[in-house]
Design a binder for this molecule. Structure first.
Ligand SMILES: [Zn+2]
Ligand SMILES: [Zn+2]
Length: 170
């Protein structure tokens, strides 16, 4: 969904949309949606700037960092974004502004891409490291068995990284 700024004249700038998971999947190579994503918010024009604030709610799925088991991550997040058009960004006045306001995004001056906003907010809401449980044992690097369901018979010669450094010295 794109919000054309010229259509905003005279309207309140409210928007709302529900994306089906397939509309946005894959969000990136790591994150996918397992439930519809509801977004609502408001677009406000102020001289050369555009302010967008709103709320995204959905459920995402990522793999456990250690055992690759799928984990559900609820997303429930508010956002406030600020845009300036590309031509304004080129002018020095705006460049000074962006130095202070690093959160400013540059856009084409015509429309705000809500799909991109929603994807970005989902990625920001999902932690970079997710474990299925605090003490997940992960999978065996030899046979791929899930060590949470029992030890396999592989003899692994995994070296503690703290000792690996010493090994290099000898
Ligand atoms: Zn795990
Ligand atoms: Zn094994």
């Amino acid at each position: 969904m794109r919000i054309e700024l010229e259509n905003l004249e005279g309207s309140k700038g409210d928007f709302a949309h529900v994306y089906q998971p397939d509309d946005l999947n894959p969000v990136d190579e790591r994150v996918s949606l397992i439930a519809p994503a509801a977004v609502d918010g408001k677009v406000r024009l102020s001289r050369n700037q555009v302010f967008v604030n709103g709320h995204v709610e959905t459920r995402a799925q990522v793999e456990c960092d250690r055992c690759l088991k799928p984990i559900e991550v609820p997303v429930n997040t508010d956002f406030t974004l600020e845009y300036i058009s590309n031509s304004d960004y080129q002018s020095s006045e705006a460049a000074e502004l962006t130095e202070e306001e690093l959160s400013v995004s540059v856009f084409d001056g015509e429309a705000i891409d809500v799909d991109e906003i929603v994807k970005e907010q989902i990625l920001l809401a999902v932690p970079t490291r997710v474990l299925c449980r605090e003490d997940c044992k992960g999978i065996c690097p030899e046979c791929g068995a899930d060590k949470n369901t029992g030890e396999c018979n592989c003899v692994t010669n995994e070296i503690d990284p703290r000792w690996a450094a010493l090994k290099d010295l000898t």
